[in-house]
Design a protein around this ligand. Structure first.
Ligand code: ZN
Length: 262
């Protein structure tokens, strides 16, 4: 964010950044103008926020479910997006005592896409970023959830994205990336995207079948095992905590945790 408002810049190998002109979902170019990045915002305002559940085998098992036969889709409200460095708010009005983290590879669609095939799927990807699919387990499961994934995962601030959008040319294989969650510096999840049940091309093929993926659609691709509710004893996030989602080649997305102000 600059004094002129939100803008995109391209990070260079030497650590400087150059202003991007044009539309990142259409024609754009990296200019020669060197800029100093201001506050980092979520790198995309999602046109749609699609999320896939139970996409890693051991995570499906730790939740008491088997591996699904088809991808399990749910939606997160686009209003749940949060910037890197800004707080995840523990809800008070509809209170939750079981706010959990989920590290996920986020895929950003760049070109409108319908009925993609496995062979063409990645052609529609603009790039990748880190996501934290924050989840209020007491609204997802017992006592109040009844399986309401959309409700439990759509509270304000429950979808941190960032720190940057890494374009597709930088990531030859999105299914070969280590991903981790650190809670107050301690590793809680540590796995690799090569273990997805449905890999990124399979997800795009499935999701674009019968549904148009608009430019700016963000797909959360599921989380590996190690989430808080399945631990013995369970671990949830509390005000004062700091949570980081870190993905190889994509950087680290860190957010403090605070109590919602009423
Ligand atoms: Zn998730």
């Amino acid at each position: 964010m600059s004094s002129g408002g939100p803008a995109y810049a391209a990070l260079q190998a030497d650590g400087t950044a150059r202003e991007i002109s044009g539309d990142i979902f259409n024609e754009f170019c990296v200019t020669d103008r060197v800029v100093t990045p201001g506050k980092l915002l979520a790198p995309v305002v999602p046109a749609n926020l699609l999320a896939v559940g139970l996409n890693y085998r051991k995570h499906a098992e730790e939740g008491g479910r088997g591996a699904p036969e088809k991808p399990v889709l749910f939606l997160k409200a686009t209003s749940s997006v949060q910037n890197p460095g800004d707080p995840i708010e523990i809800p008070q009005a509809l209170a939750s005592r079981e706010v959990d983290y989920e590290c996920e590879l986020a895929v950003v669609i760049g070109r409108r896409c319908k009925n993609a095939t496995r062979a063409t799927a990645l052609d529609h990807v603009l790039g990748y970023t880190c996501a934290n699919d924050v989840s209020a387990r007491d609204w997802q499961r017992k006592p109040w959830g009844g399986g309401q994934w959309c409700q439990a995962k759509s509270f304000d601030t429950f979808c941190p994205l960032g720190p940057a959008l890494v374009t597709r040319d930088e990531i030859p294989d999105p299914n070969h990336l280590r991903l981790r969650t650190l809670l107050n510096g301690q590793a809680m999840q540590d796995w690799n995207t090569d273990d997805m049940i449905f890999d990124v091309p399979a997800l795009i093929e499935f999701l674009s079948g019968s549904k148009t993926l608009l430019p700016g659609t963000v797909i959360l691709t599921g989380t590996p095992h190690g989430v808080g509710f399945a631990r013995q004893p369970p671990v949830f996030m509390h005000p004062g905590d700091t949570v980081t989602v870190e993905i190889e080649r994509l950087g680290a997305l860190t957010n403090p945790v605070v109590l919602e102000k009423l």
